[in-house]
Design a binder for this molecule. Structure first.
Ligand code: DMJ
Length: 745
C-alpha cells in the first residue's frame, strides 16, 4: 500500500477533528496553516510497522503519531506528557522516544477499547437484569425476555464468567444466587446435548473455577448427571479380546473378504492392544427430566459428538471418571469409523455408530457441524497435556494439521472499480477436480501469487468454494497451537495471518463492517452468498484476533479488533445489541441477541484489549464457548487428575461420588476396585459374533462376492450404505472417480 502522503495526512487530520466534533482535552490550538509548516508523516513509523499494519491504523491514530513525532500532544490523550523542549534539531523527537510515546499512546487506546467493551456489557446486563432476569434471552429491540431454550437461564449462565472477568462482582453474585436458588434442570425438556454442554455445563464450571463458589459446581454436577445419559454406557475392560487370533481372526477374514471394515469388530471386542472398547456416539438430544434420548435431526454432527473440556474438567472436579471416559470413547469411536488417524478430516454428518451418514449434503467442512471437533482436538491437547496417557488426541490433531491443506483454495482480490460487476452472484458448486480456471479459484494454495486463502468444503460430488463464518475459529486455533509450542513456526503464523485476513475482509467488504454468515469465493475474491447475508453477532473472528494478538503481539490484530469493536457497537439498540438480517442493510435489525454474544464476542473484545495477566493463556484454556477453565496440572487448577486408567474403577464409573463443595472436589480420588473381566459380557459378545457370522453368510449368499473396490468405502461409507438399492445405490457415494460399477461390482 502507499503510505499516506504528508499533505494528505495533515488534511485528513483537520477533517477528522472537525467532522467528528471532538473537542480537544487540552486547550491546544488548531494548526495554523499560514504560520506553521504542514506536519509530515514520520517515516520512522515504517521502521516500526510493516505496510499492512500501517494501513490498518485509523486516520486519527496516524494523526496522533504525527503529533508525537513533532513533539505535540495527540488530541484526547491523557496519558502522554509532551516534551516540546526535547525535540531534536529538526524539531522532531528521536526515534527511540517516538517508539516509547507511540507505545504509551497505543496502551492508552487499548485501555479505552477495553472500557468500551465493558460499557457494552454493562448496557446488556443492566437491561437483562431489569427486563429478562433468568430468562433464556433478552430481545434487544423490544426489550422483552423470552424462554426460547426451554427456560434454563441461557444468557445468565453463559454470561457468568464474562461478568466475573469484567469485574461486575455484584452482578455476578446476583446471577450466581439465581443459579443456586432458582435454576432447575429437573424438567420435562428436550435439550441439545452439545449446546447444553458448551453453554450451561461449561458456563457453570468456568464460573466455579473463577469464583470457587461451590453452589455452582453442585448445579453443574446435577446437569452433568442428567446429560451423561445421552452417552452409551462406559465399556472398559482391562483385558480385551484379541481379534487377531481364533474366532475373532476368522470373522475378520470374512469381513475383509466381503469388503466390510474389520475395525468394527475391534470396536466391539478390542484388539488386544488397547483396553478401551468403543461402542458408538452419544445421541444429539436428551430429555433433562426423563433421560430419554433422540437424534432429532436424524444424524449426529461431528462437532456435536465431542466436548472434552467440559466433561473432563467435571471429572477432575468430582473425581467421577465416567464423565471423561465417555469423551475418550467418543473419540476412539469416531477415529475407528472414519479412520481419522489416516484421513485427518471426517464427514460432518454421522450415524450413531460413528460412520458417515449417507446424504448428498454430507461433506468435509470446518464450518457448521465440523468446526469445534477440530478446535477441541487442540484444546483438549492443551488442557490435558500434563495428564494425558492416551495419545490419540495428539495423533488426530497432527493428522488434521497434515491434511488441512487439502481444504485450502485461493481466490483473487475483489475488483471494486466502478463499472465492474461486483458484487457477483454466488457461483454454483464446482464438480470436484474442476476448480481452478473453471471455478475461478485455485485448487492448490500455492498456485497464485498473493490471493485470498480460504477453506473450501468437499461433498461426495462437489468442491464448494464457500466459507462459513464459523471457520474463522481456525486462524486462532493455529495461533494457539503456536503459543503452546516450544518452536514458534513463522510459516504457521503466516498461515494463521492469511486466514485471519480473509475473515477480516468478510467484515470490511460489507456496509455494516460485519461479516455475513457465509461468504463465497470466485476469481474476483469474496462474494455474497445471497441466502446467508445475516449476522448473528458471532465471535469466531474476534476470537482469532485475540489469540493472534496474544501469540504474536502484532499491533495489526488490535487495529483490526478496534474496527470490529466499532462495528459491533453500531448494532446497539435501546436494550442490547441486535443481530442483522442483512449485513448490507444495517438498519434492518433482528430482535435477537444470542447468548454467545455475551459469553464470547464481548469477552474476546474485552480480552483483546486487556493485559495478558487478566487471563494467562499458559494457565487457562478457553472452551469453544469461550469459558476459561484451568489447564490440568497447572498451578491455577489446584487439581490432581483422578482418571489414570489404573485408578479408574468400573464401580466408580457407574456410581459417581457426590462432592459437597469445591474443597472436597479437589481431593484425590481413591480407586475402589479393578475389574478384570465380566464373564456375562464376554458371553454376550460371543453371541453377537455368532449372530454377526450368520449375517455375513446371508450377505454372501445374497450378494455373492461382488463387493468390488473397498477403497470406495472411505470416510465411513460401507458397501450397504452405497450399493443399495440396486442398480444405482446411494449416489452420495459416487463422485468423479468412484462409480457404482467400480464400488459395487
Ligand atoms: C458458539 O456457541 C460456539 O462457539 C460454538 O462452538 C459455535 N457456535 C457458536 C458461536 O458462533
Amino acid at each position: 500500500m502507499q503510505f499516506l502522503s504528508h499533505v494528505f495526512l495533515a488534511n485528513v487530520a483537520l477533517w477528522d477533528r472537525n467532522t467528528i466534533g471532538h473537542s480537544p482535552v487540552s486547550a491546544q490550538p488548531m494548526p495554523d496553516k499560514a504560520s506553521k509548516p504542514m506536519r509530515s508523516s514520520p517515516s520512522q513509523l515504517q521502521q516500526i510497522w510493516d505496510t499492512q499494519t500501517l494501513a490498518s491504523f485509523s486516520v486519527s491514530q496516524l494523526d496522533a503519531f504525527s503529533a508525537l513525532y513533532w513533539g505535540d500532544c495527540p488530541y484526547l490523550s491523557r496519558a502522554i506528557r509532551c516534551g516540546r523542549h526535547r525535540r531534536g534539531e529538526m524539531g522532531t523527537v528521536s526515534f527511540s522516544r517516538l517508539q516509547r510515546l507511540v507505545s504509551a499512546y497505543l496502551d492508552e487506546e487499548a485501555a479505552l477499547a477495553q472500557r468500551q467493551a465493558v460499557s457494552m456489557m454493562r448496557h446488556v446486563w443492566t437491561n437483562y437484569e431489569e427486563r429478562a432476569f433468568g430468562k433464556d434471552e433478552l430481545r434487544p429491540v423490544s426489550g422483552i425476555g423470552r424462554n426460547n431454550w426451554g427456560g434454563i437461564g441461557q444468557t445468565l449462565v453463559d454470561a457468568l464468567d464474562t461478568l466475573w472477568l469484567m469485574d461486575f462482582k455484584e452482578e455476578f453474585d446476583r446471577a450466581a444466587l439465581w443459579v443456586e436458588q432458582s435454576l432447575s434442570f429437573s424438567k420435562d425438556l428436550n435439550v441439545n446435548l452439545f449446546e447444553t454442554s458448551i453453554r450451561h455445563l461449561g458456563g457453570l464450571l468456568s464460573a466455579f473455577a473463577l469464583s470457587r463458589r461451590s453452589g455452582l459446581l453442585d448445579v453443574a454436577k446435577d446437569l452433568g448427571d442428567r446429560l451423561i445419559k445421552a452417552f452409551p454406557p462406559p465399556r472398559t475392560a482391562n483385558r480385551s479380546r484379541d481379534t487377531s487370533k481364533g474366532l475373532g481372526a476368522e470373522f475378520k477374514k470374512l469381513l475383509h473378504h466381503v469388503g466390510l471394515p474389520t475395525e468394527a469388530l475391534d470396536s466391539v471386542l478390542g484388539n488386544g492392544k488397547n483396553s478401551e472398547v468403543v461402542i458408538s456416539l452419544p445421541s444429539s438430544d436428551i430429555n433433562l427430566g426423563s433421560g430419554e434420548t433422540k437424534n432429532l435431526a436424524g444424524f449426529i454432527s461431528l462437532a456435536e459428538a465431542y466436548v472434552p473440556i467440559e466433561w473432563k474438567y467435571l471429572a477432575a472436579l468430582t473425581t467421577n471418571c465416567s464423565y471423561s471416559a465417555a469423551q475418550d470413547q467418543v473419540l476412539h469411536a469416531i477415529n475407528r469409523s472414519l479412520n481419522l488417524e489416516e484421513n485427518g478430516l471426517g464427514m460432518i454428518m454421522l450415524k450413531q455408530d460413528g460412520k458417515a451418514f449417507p446424504s448428498a449434503q454430507n461433506r468435509l467442512s470446518l464450518g457448521s457441524r465440523g468446526d469445534s471437533f477440530y478446535e477441541y482436538l487442540l484444546k483438549d491437547l492443551i488442557f490435558s497435556a500434563d495428564v494425558a496417557e492416551d495419545k490419540l488426541t495428539k495423533k488426530l490433531w497432527s493428522s488434521f494439521r497434515a491434511k488441512l491443506p487439502g481444504l485450502f483454495a485461493e481466490g483473487h482480490q475483489v475488483d471494486r472499480t466502478p463499472g465492474s460487476s461486483w458484487p457477483h452472484r454466488s457461483p454454483k458448486e464446482v464438480p470436484r477436480g474442476r476448480g481452478g480456471a473453471l471455478g475461478g479459484w485455485h485448487e492448490s494454495w500455492k498456485d497464485a501469487p498473493s490471493p485470498w486463502l480460504f477453506l473450501k468444503e468437499i461433498t461426495p460430488h462437489h468442491t464448494v468454494p464457500k466459507m462459513d463464518h464459523l471457520v474463522c475459529f481456525l486462524p486462532g486455533a493455529i495461533a494457539l497451537e503456536i503459543f503452546h509450542s516450544e518452536k514458534k513456526s513463522e510459516v504457521d503464523l503466516q498461515l494463521a495471518h492469511r486466514l485471519a485476513q480473509t475473515c477480516v475482509h468478510m467484515y470490511w467488504r460489507t456496509v455494516s463492517d460485519l461479516a455475513p454468515e457465509i461468504t463465497r469465493f470466485t476469481q474476483n475474491g469474496l462474494v455474497d452468498d445471497k441466502g446467508s447475508m445475516h449476522n448473528i453477532l458471532r465471535p469466531e473472528t474476534i476470537e482469532s484476533l485475540f489469540l493472534l494478538w496474544r501469540t504474536s503481539k502484532k499491533q495489526i490484530y488490535r487495529n483490526w479488533g478496534q474496527r470490529m469493536l466499532a462495528a459491533f457497537y453500531r448494532t446497539k439498540t435501546r436494550f442490547g445489541f441486535a443481530s442483522l438480517h442483512n449485513v448490507n442493510q444495517p438498519s434492518k435489525r433482528r430482535d435477537d441477541m444470542p447468548s454467545f454474544f455475551v459469553a464470547e464476542t464481548l469477552k474476546y473484545l474485552f480480552l483483546l484489549f486487556s493485559p495478558d495477566t487478566g487471563l494467562p493463556l499458559d494457565q487457562y484454556v478457553l472452551s469453544t464457548e469461550a469459558h476459561p477453565v484451568p489447564i490440568l496440572g497447572k498451578a491455577h487448577s489446584g487439581l490432581k487428575w483422578p482418571c489414570h486408567p489404573k485408578q479408574t474403577s468400573q464401580a466408580k464409573a457407574e456410581k459417581p461420588e457426590d462432592p459437597k463443595d469445591g474443597d472436597q472436589a479437589t481431593k484425590e480420588s481413591t480407586p475402589k476396585s479393578t475389574q478384570v473381566c465380566d464373564p456375562q459380557r464376554v458371553q454376550q459378545l460371543e453371541e453377537q459374533m455368532k449372530e454377526g457370522e450368520r449375517q455375513l453368510q446371508k450377505i454372501r449368499r445374497e450378494y455373492g462376492m461382488c463387493v468390488s473396490d473397498p477403497i470406495c468405502w472411505a470416510s465411513g461409507y460401507t458397501y450397504e450404505d452405497c450399493c443399495f438399492p440396486v442398480p444405482v445405490g446411494n449416489t452420495a457415494c459416487w463422485d468423479a472417480e468412484f462409480t457404482y460399477s467400480r464400488c459395487c461390482g
